[in-house]
Design a protein around this ligand. Sequence first.
Ligand SMILES: Cc1cc2nc3c(=O)[nH]c(=O)nc-3n(C[C@H](O)[C@H](O)[C@H](O)COP(=O)(O)OP(=O)(O)OC[C@H]3O[C@@H](n4cnc5c(N)ncnc54)[C@H](O)[C@@H]3O)c2cc1C
Length: 395
Amino acid sequence: MHYVIIGGGIAGTTCAEELRKLDSASKITLISEEFHALYSRVLLPHYIKGKIPRERVFLKKESWYAEQQIEWLAGEIIERVDAKNKHIEFVGGGELSYDKLLIASGSEVKLMDQDLPGVSYLRTLDDADQLVELMRALPKDAHACIYGGGFIACEYLNIFHEANIPITLAYRGAHMWSRGISEEAGMLIKNQLVQNGITVIENAKEIECIGEKTIESIFINGQTYPCSLLGVGVGVAPHFSLLQESGIQMHEGILTNAFLETNVKDVYAAGDVAEFFDERFERTFITGNWMNAQMQGRVAARNMTGSHAAFDLVSSYAMNIVGIEIIFIGDTSRTHADETRLIGTVEAGGVTELFVRKNKLVGAILTGRNMDRAILTKLIQEKADLTDSGVVLPM
Ligand SMILES: Cc1cc2nc3c(=O)[nH]c(=O)nc-3n(C[C@H](O)[C@H](O)[C@H](O)COP(=O)(O)OP(=O)(O)OC[C@H]3O[C@@H](n4cnc5c(N)ncnc54)[C@H](O)[C@@H]3O)c2cc1C
């Protein structure tokens, strides 16, 4: 049996590790575009801030792959999956046959049309190294700008804020996560940003980078702002161009059932690239977080070796933004909710939005109300019926 895994991130590497535990005799090949051994993307901001040394981001040593008898092809890119003939093709030539294939190719950052030295993205260790260099080279009167209103924009906010660099933040919506969170939550976050001296520009649809050799300013909504360093966080897109004409079904991600199987026999998907069917929430999902990717890698390995285990996790993602915490739990899609309810107020310093479907709590977004996390996670996990008088929601 030859197991082949495309993508050496947490989903792919966990799958390889689990496969080796479950099947000591088979051949396992792990292909990774990046040259580095597995590292934690979650720890990258800590390394950039100087809180941990660079070597601490690594979760595996280079020697680990050979010790586990995992063939690790680092720096190799797969150009095409030929699912009909059960082989994959490498950029630059060469093919590899598989018996079972996992696609764990993650997502890639959306780039701006313009590029200039001083424009930074944050997805990989190489991006982090580049940002460390850029920050080292900043003049004393440097001014940083951030473009984007989601998770990566928040990482940049914390990084620049802790480095005491004045910040201008511009996002396209009326508030941060404008398509995801309530106006009240948006207001709380904005208040926190302004209190921390951050200049906030809303509804920033177009942005122009200005500079000769390196970025010097940005032009937004008719005004120019000084900018020695621009952090861009305008979203990610699943990495699945290699699947064109493969016959594997894709939507916003690679579509799988609850067992992480695609529509093509012996091909599985896991992690940020997978749009899997979640039996708990009765719909397909892409969940871009670490725990999800790790657990899916494990479940995929079990199913590739003959088990039939559905993936089941009430996912959550917590983020601190210059002192205010926002936590997403479960299914927080407004479109799929029958009803949303708000607990708390802006004046009281915290709001929690509940997402209800068929009288069941399916998701929650907590802004400045961490204390609701445990109880709401439990209610979502238990599929509690909110019409039941025994179910007590936070006030
Ligand atoms: C800065 C940062 C901070 C984060 N913080 C948190 C956090 O606090 N909490 C949290 O839960 N999540 C966090 N995340 C998100 C989390 O890291 C991701 O959800 C997780 O890493 C996804 O893992 P993955 O294995 O699915 O994909 P990835 O980690 O993206 O790995 C996929 C790998 O596949 C490779 N690849 C792609 N295409 C090909 C190809 N054709 N051929 C060969 N290789 C290919 C890619 O180069 C990549 O190395 C953070 C992410 C970032 C960037």
